[in-house]
Design a protein around this ligand. Sequence first.
Ligand code: TXA
Ligand code: MG
Length: 323
Amino acid sequence: MTIPDIKKAVSILQRGGLVALPTETVYGLGADAANSAAVQRIFLAKGRPQDHPLIVHLADISQLSKWARDIPPVAQQLAKAFWPGPMTLILKKQPDVLDVVTANQDTVGIRIPSHPVAREVLTAFGGGVAAPSANKFTHVSPTTASAVQEELGDEVDLILDGGMCEVGLESTIIDVTGEHPVILRPGMITVAEIEEVLKQPVASAVIETVTKVPGMHHLHYAPTTKTSLIEHFDIPVLLHTITEKDLPVVLMVRSEPLIPVTDQVFWVQMPAGAKEYAHELYRTLRSLDNQHYQRIIIENVPNEVEWLAIRDRLKKATGSKAC
Ligand code: TXA
Ligand code: MG
């Protein structure tokens, strides 16, 4: 990234414009978090309902008290362990944080990203940057600059290309406003890693009982092609039940495919490790969605702690109600 690119990004933010910027998780659609007209543009560009609050991105922990108050010791511990990085903390907000950012709640989501380009922009800008993932509402989050171009090319003033996002899934969101910390959205920082830092068990929100849980919409992170999730041993049966109108079909598998490869049945091999799988997931979904398959079928991933965020996103991408 050149210095003129960073300068241009900062001047667009200062003028109330929209800048798509790379973070280590996914690309964000950034606006000055202290400018309500600029933040409104984010909602318009994404087609996102106003009751979904935005994460405020900061360059440095020293800025935290400008945005959040009553910062509890657990927040300090988590910040020390995981920032800069793929974690968002939900904290009590300072009174002047805009309602359009927090969706009128008394809390604010804060993240200090580690991607060097995001850090350069945030440092040079000096303020908070409100940034949701840079995709249309309910679509798959972008992990490359070209995916942002495809999603929001006409609506954004500048796209900074910082290469492919390293993590590939959105940040782990932890609510630290209550008596005990609660994970609202799983991410690649796992519950086990969080518990190790806090030396206490940490709960995950039960989606049905919490009102403001991220990604609660029935279909989120979803391709437009009909996409389903299936357990490994059900693949052969499913292939038998497939009819003409489902073809061509593509399977995303981690195991050796038990699949008769014909000119109408395709498969893509996904990585065996969770980190590598997360890195590839959205790029693969987006690429398959852009081809002419009638159906995408995804083999489910292990029910193990390092896979939980991926299972969550697969469930949402397929509108599946099962765990
Ligand atoms: O990795 C990420 O978190 C990326 C990058 C760009 O930082 N951002 C991202 O933003 O995924 P978005 O808007 O697509 O998802 C953020 C989620 C939303 O679903 C929202 O409901 C939740 O964070 N959120 C934000 N502020 C909140 C708050 N005060 N209370 C509860 N949830 C909040
Ligand atoms: Mg999003």
